[in-house]
Design a protein around this ligand. Structure first.
Ligand SMILES: C[S@@+](CC[C@H](N)C(=O)[O-])C[C@H]1O[C@@H](n2cnc3c(N)ncnc32)[C@H](O)[C@@H]1O
Length: 297
């Protein structure tokens, strides 16, 4: 089974500074990842919305597969004292990081179970929402492997349960040597960086598509972080994935025994927090880069 490559992160030295003092050398890649990629509040609102849509009530039990720093599971238990969450990941390092930094009270931590294990073979409490996000299931590169994961996910779902995945696509994903950059500023009120002493107040998140094979849809991505002093954390994270298409995902979910598979597509309308609003759709605008959710019941 393919797994994401371990990052070979290297800090590029800025001109005229010792490597030790460079912002890249002092930065914490999991913190930067969280600030750049995670939007747990938005994810939880989305889970709430799809669960209300299907079952007319609020969900209480979440399982976060490929949970890593488990930002979503942590936000879930914080969001309601009746909610419980399970996180599953193979790699203890990001899970440990999350334990140290997610700032849960003891009571909240008691409602969160973190399990080191393979998502294919780690049964847990049956979930009302099972989330596989940040495209992590793309490590499964064959139909057999992905179908086996979907079957395992189905077994971990409650009868009234929804399996939720995010998916990206569009013509822009079919190139090589492509970089998408975004300037990230720390929120004024701190959050994770509250009270920090160093100068890490802003940085650039770089999503780099290194390779794309149009025959297999194998795609190699890196995340780099660049800093105002000219230093860079290269290959902070590396992902060796297959870029699956929406119809392939839908067909494999049905083959794995799911009865209903909906695609929630960007409505092009933003909510009051400027987040995109998604709704079930059977047709979508073929933007050069898009993100959607697949929800299976
Ligand atoms: C794209 S990252 C997701 C990170 C996560 N969202 C976070 O906040 O840290 C993919 C994660 O999947 C985990 N992973 C890869 N293969 C796995 C498997 N078969 N079972 C469980 N976890 C796996 C990796 O260890 C990694 O933490």
């Amino acid at each position: 089974m393919p797994t994401p490559q371990k990052s070979k992160k290297t800090a590029k030295k800025p001109a005229g500074k010792s490597a030790k003092n460079a912002l890249a050398a002092k930065a914490d890649r999991y913190e930067l990842y969280g600030l750049s990629v995670q939007s747990s509040g938005h994810e939880i609102s989305f889970f709430e919305k799809i669960y209300q849509h299907h079952f007319g009530r609020s969900p209480l039990v979440l399982r976060e597969d490929f949970c890593g720093t488990h930002a979503v599971a942590a936000a879930w238990v914080k969001s309601d004292p009746k909610r419980v969450a399970v996180g599953v990941d193979l790699d203890p390092e990001p899970v440990w990081w999350g334990r140290e930094h997610n700032q849960l009270t003891d009571e909240e931590a008691d409602r969160l179970t973190l399990t080191r294990g393979n998502v294919l073979s780690t049964p847990t409490q049956k979930a009302e929402i099972l989330a596989a996000e940040n495209f992590s299931y793309c490590i499964f590169k064959t139909r057999e492997a992905l179908r086996a994961y979907f079957k395992a996910a189905r077994k971990n779902l409650a009868k009234n349960g929804l399996f939720v995945m995010d998916l990206m696509g569009g013509g822009d994903c079919h190139f090589e040597d492509q970089e998408d950059t975004r300037a990230i500023r720390y929120p004024a009120d701190g959050q994770l960086n509250a009270g920090r002493k160093d100068k890490l107040k802003r940085f650039t998140y770089v999503w780099r598509q290194e390779e794309f094979n149009p025959i297999t849809h194998d795609a190699l991505f890196h995340i780099h972080f660049r800093f105002p002093d000219g230093s860079e954390m290269k290959n902070a994270f590396t992902y060796d994935w297959r870029l699956w298409t929406v119809p392939e995902i839908r067909e494999l979910l049905l083959e794995a025994g799911f009865k209903q598979v909906d695609v929630w597509w960007d409505t092009e309308v933003a909510d009051e927090d400027n987040n995109p609003v998604y709704a079930p759709a059977t047709d979508g605008i073929p933007h050069a880069a898009w993100l959607c959710y697949v929800v299976a019941r």
